[in-house]
Design a protein around this ligand. Sequence first.
Ligand code: BEZ
Ligand code: FE
Length: 288
Amino acid sequence: MYQLTQDVIDSFSKIENERQKHLITTLAAKLHEYIEDVQLSQNEWEMAIDFLTRTGQMCHGQRQEYILLSDVMGISMLVDEINHHQHEKQTPSTVFGPFFIPEMPVRDYGASIVEHADTETEQLPLLITGRVVDPDLNPIQNAKIEIWQTAENGMYSGQDAAQQLGNLRGIFYSQAQGEYAIQSIIPVSYQIPSDGPVGELLNFSKRHFWRPAHIHFMITAENHHRLVTHLFLKDDPYLESDTVFGVKDALIVDYQRCEYSAEMEQKFNIDSAYYKVDYQFVLAKEQA
Ligand code: BEZ
Ligand code: FE
């Protein structure tokens, strides 16, 4: 270790909070070690500063290029691995991504999140039903279920001026037995944004931009750990090579085509054939 590295570490010795001191001194030590290992050139240092500067400049209201960078570097999923030790029975978590928007419309049990129907392709509805439960399978009532997905063009509302902000987004609350029912459309695989520094990095590395089709869920309930996850669709060609490394087997679901039934029309206002997915979300309990 260079004396310089030790001097930098020592310069942080007055940080009072032990955790904060540990974070910053370890970061300094590891960064110095990396730079020494690769013998970073002046030119490479300038390129790195330029890349990080442009990454920051790309960020604004609905665009978070740093989260995207964390995602394609596998850092988001590593933080997820470390913090969400997989309790056997619990639904696995996955990457949050940069496209969540808070305070979206609260919708009734069984309502649709489609506000902006694509007129070119007539799509059958997708009905997602199931229960929110704890690891002992006790129902969790009044769990807040926030959901978001892309439209058929592979874009989220907020990314795409043609969509109302609430399109394919919404908040649902679970019922007395933990039940939920949400209508949507079958999600599509889509490419993450490629017009910024992260796009340059993936192009340069000959990596693709695709994420397998999925629907995002964030589920919050009193006395339980928040669950941030997706449901992925079986048979998607990108399940094995998600560009942000987010796929977990327990989150891959099959969907079934069901024919029109008067019962479903009466119950959920579904007046055609439809697709159906059933999924039980299991939330971990907070330690008392
Ligand atoms: C998403 O699934 O919305 C997402 C996740 C990581 C990077 C980009 C998009
Ligand atoms: Fe997504």
